[in-house]
Design a protein around this ligand. Sequence first.
Ligand SMILES: [Zn+2]
Length: 152
Amino acid sequence: MKSDAMMQIGELAKRANTTTKTLRYYERIGLLPPTVRGANRYRLYAPEALGRVRFIRRAKQMGLTLDEVTTLIVIAKQGEGKALQKQLKKILSRKIRETEAQIQSLIQFRQDLQTLSAQLDESFLAQCNTCGALFANCDCTTPAPPKHTRAA
Ligand SMILES: [Zn+2]
């Protein structure tokens, strides 16, 4: 049957919607060993490899690192559904905390930008008309504003 057929790397990449380069990288880091090496040393993959690649890509989309994906795959291979669930929960909890920290950091950054923007409108050049004292205690030599004196 066709669906039981071994795939070469190009076909696996195509079916998993990724590149052969990515698959070779997964192989290098131990995530996706080829099922067998064919006669001419071609990599051959069993149909299950497609599920593995899709899992890796989904996990990466969720923001998991390849180390975390490796951990999950090792647990999954041991056939311990509960352990897998527990580990995934742990990883996702950490991701949620990290995301919350990033949101806080972005809110602070937006506030800094808003403060700076407001100063541009109001008092930016009051302290230094060269750099607006953007950097505290600047040592700009502030040129005197041009004087327009009318010849008598
Ligand atoms: Zn200055």
